[in-house]
Design a protein around this ligand. Structure first.
Ligand SMILES: C[S@@+](CC[C@H](N)C(=O)[O-])C[C@H]1O[C@@H](n2cnc3c(N)ncnc32)[C@H](O)[C@@H]1O
Length: 286
């Protein structure tokens, strides 16, 4: 859905844009290509990813400012780059292909062995190992249910507590796989790993802060585009955008969320649950 995201951002060659989740630099590069005198702030909380984004977008580096930071820090990041307001803000939530599939040392994947870490930035307090080994069973079950939408959460939490100490990603994946049956195409540990990752990185709190501050950072006529992968995240985006619409602060550009085509899904299966929503801040563009 990169093209849809780009077209909803309505890039002006002299505009200032924020790619708040630069990841591997895919969207950052697409924005930068369309700029002349404009600038794109490539932000990611993950220093390792930001270096990959820097390498992937080197040919447009003159138009890109690379910044490490979280959504919570976005206002100060933008101000530190000398801007008060921007023309567009993009957020492509979740983890990148690199974090999931190419960085076993980061502990996001249940397919390759690694430490139970899952921190997107090394300054985050707790790791996934802390959560699985020290959280009380009931709280662990609630976390897996609420963040991972995993119906087998109680069985999983019980199995985890019995198997402690859990030492690595494959150890955890094995414990979870024995506790619940595989349903459909998902690996049985998918939702548990997602829930732990979301908790370690306070992803729900980060999204709340992004949705709160994002519209204030945009000029009149500026656009905010959010791509999410979890229904709980899409619900929050939908509600925030609707309330901006009711307050007369923004116009909703996507009456229904955009979803990837069958062709895109077959090419990139993890994109199957992606939903894209966009708003434009009301008023005449400055
Ligand atoms: C789906 S990937 C983005 C991929 C990117 N759009 C591309 O084209 O390569 C999501 C990225 O967002 C980053 N991220 C997640 N939560 C964040 C937050 N709260 N603040 C800043 N970056 C965040 C992750 O580190 C990850 O690199």
């Amino acid at each position: 859905m990169a093209e849809e995201a780009l077209s909803l951002l309505a890039i002006r060659p002299d505009g200032v844009y924020v790619d708040s989740t630069a990841g591997l630099g895919g969207h950052t590069g697409l924005i930068a290509q369309r700029l002349t005198t404009g600038v794109v702030i490539a932000n990611d909380r993950d220093a390792e990813s930001l270096e990959l984004a820097r390498a992937a977008t080197a040919q447009w580096a003159g138009r890109i400012r690379y910044c490490q930071g979280t959504f919570s820090q976005l206002r100060s990041t933008i101000e530190a780059e000398g801007f008060q307001k921007v023309d567009g803000l993009l957020a492509d939530l979740g983890v990148s292909r690199f974090q999931l599939a190419e960085a076993p040392h980061r502990g996001f994947s249940f397919l390759t062995d690694g430490p139970l870490d899952m921190r997107m930035s090394q300054d985050t307090g707790i790791t996934a190992a802390d959560l699985v080994n020290y959280t009380a069973e009931k709280a662990l079950a609630d976390l897996i249910f609420q963040l991972g939408e995993e119906r087998g959460s109680r069985k999983i939490a019980r199995a985890i507590v019995r198997a402690r100490p859990i030492k690595s990603t494959l150890h955890l994946a094995d414990v979870v796989s024995r506790a619940v049956f595989r349903t459909g195409r998902l690996h049985p540990a998918t939702k548990t790993f997602m829930a732990l990752r979301m908790a370690v990185n306070d992803e729900p709190g980060e999204l709340d802060r992004l949705l709160n501050v994002g519209p204030d950072l945009l000029r009149q006529g500026g656009r905010m585009v959010v791509i999410s992968f979890m229904s709980s995240e899409d619900r929050k985006v939908k509600e925030r955008f609707r309330s901006l619409g009711r307050e007369g602060r923004a116009e909703i550009l996507t009456k229904h969320p955009l979803q990837p085509s069958e062709q895109e899904i077959s090419h990139n299966p993890p994109s199957r649950s992606a939903k894209l929503r966009a708003v434009m801040i009301n008023g005449v563009s400055e």
